[in-house]
Structures are given as C-alpha cells and as structure tokens.
Ligand binder design. Structure first.
Ligand code: HEC
Length: 160
C-alpha cells in the first residue's frame, strides 16, 4: 500500500457517550465486587496450597536422618541391616554415641572397649562430626539388645 499523508485518512467517527444510568452503575459495582471476590478466592487457594506444601516438607526425625546417613555412608560395608554383619564390617546396631564418635571420627575405640574385630580397615569420616547423635538414634532403633527391648516396652507402656 503506497504511503498516504495523514490528511487523506477518513475522519474518525464521533462516538456518542451515553449518560450512565443507575443500572449501569449497579452492574459495574457487581463487576468490581466479583473481581474482589475472585482475588480473595485466589488468595485463599494460595494459602491452602502453601499449607499443603509445608506439610510435605516436615523435618525428619533424628532416627530418619540417621537412617539416611547410615544408608549413604555405612551400609556399603556394614550391610542394609545393621543387626547383621555386612560384606566387610561387623554388626553395629545399638552402638553407643561414645563408640560411634571414637570409631567414626577418630578411628579409635573408647578406653576399655573390646573391638569386635582387630583389623583397621575402616577410615575415619570427620564430616560425620555433628551427626553422631542421629546415627546413634537410628542404630539404637534397629538394635535387638536390651536398650531396644526397653524402648519397645516403654512404647507399649505409653499406649495403655
Ligand atoms: C569401607 C567399609 C566401611 C565403611 C564405609 C564403614 N565401616 Fe564401620 N567398620 C568397617 C570395618 C571393616 C570394621 C571393623 C574394624 C576395622 O577393620 O576397621 C568397622 C567397624 C565399625 C565399628 C566398630 C564396631 C565394634 O563394635 O567393634 C563401628 C561402630 C562402625 N564401624 C561404624 C560405622 C559407621 C557408623 C559407618 C558410617 C558412618 C561406618 N562404620 C562405615 C568397615 C566400614
């Protein structure tokens, strides 16, 4: 289309503005109310969604954190069930925090402790500092020793 100077455009049709009637004012009020209502509903939906998300990300218990640590750092040698010997490490269910701290962090044993094996294959894992409590909680929960029997009977007592 060739260039046309502005003067050759047809004049704009004049739009007649109707005077606003009471019904029109009413309608626009309802419209505004609707927008408000829908935004309130939207905010409510967001709140519900937010609450749902929060529930999904509930923090793990010490036993659950300990299990994650055990499965990712210890199970390769000690096996998936800490109550039984693994492919290279002995059974360690019920290990006390003192034993775990000495063995895992310092590659030693608490004084007077009789090690299950006299080998020294396991390396120390200094990054486990601060996680011994969680490991101990998990290993205690899987223990079949007297500590765990007591824990089970305590749990049964608290149910009555
Ligand atoms: C590379 C294999 C390996 C890994 C990984 C490993 N261990 Fe061990 N662990 C052993 C072996 C083998 C022994 C026996 C002593 C030795 O040779 O060091 C042992 C011994 C132990 C003992 C002493 C048991 C006793 O009563 O004498 C504890 C406690 C222990 N491990 C805990 C852990 C924990 C907790 C982890 C994970 C954070 C872990 N180990 C990871 C191989 C491993």
């Amino acid at each position: 289309m060739p260039f046309q100077p502005a003067s050759r455009f047809p004049p704009r049709p004049k739009i007649k503005l109707k005077q606003s009637s009471p019904t029109r004012v009413g309608r626009s009020l309802i419209g505004r109310l609707r927008v408000r209502l829908s935004s309130t509903a939207f905010a409510a939906a967001l709140t519900v969604l937010g609450a749902g998300c929060r529930r999904t990300f509930e923090p793990l218990t010490p036993i659950q954190r300990g299990e994650v640590l055990y499965r990712s750092n210890c199970a390769s040698c000690h096996g998936s069930d800490p109550r039984r010997p693994g492919v290279s490490g002995p059974a360690i269910a019920g290990s006390t925090p003192a034993l775990l701290e000495a063995r895992v962090l310092h590659r030693s044993y608490p004084s007077g402790y009789q090690p299950k094996r006299d080998t020294h294959l396991m390396q120390s894992m200094p990054w486990m500092a601060g996680k011994i409590g969680d490991l101990a909680a998990f290993l205690d929960s899987t223990s079949t020793g007297p500590r765990s029997v007591k824990a089970i009977s305590d749990r049964l007592d608290s149910r009555e």
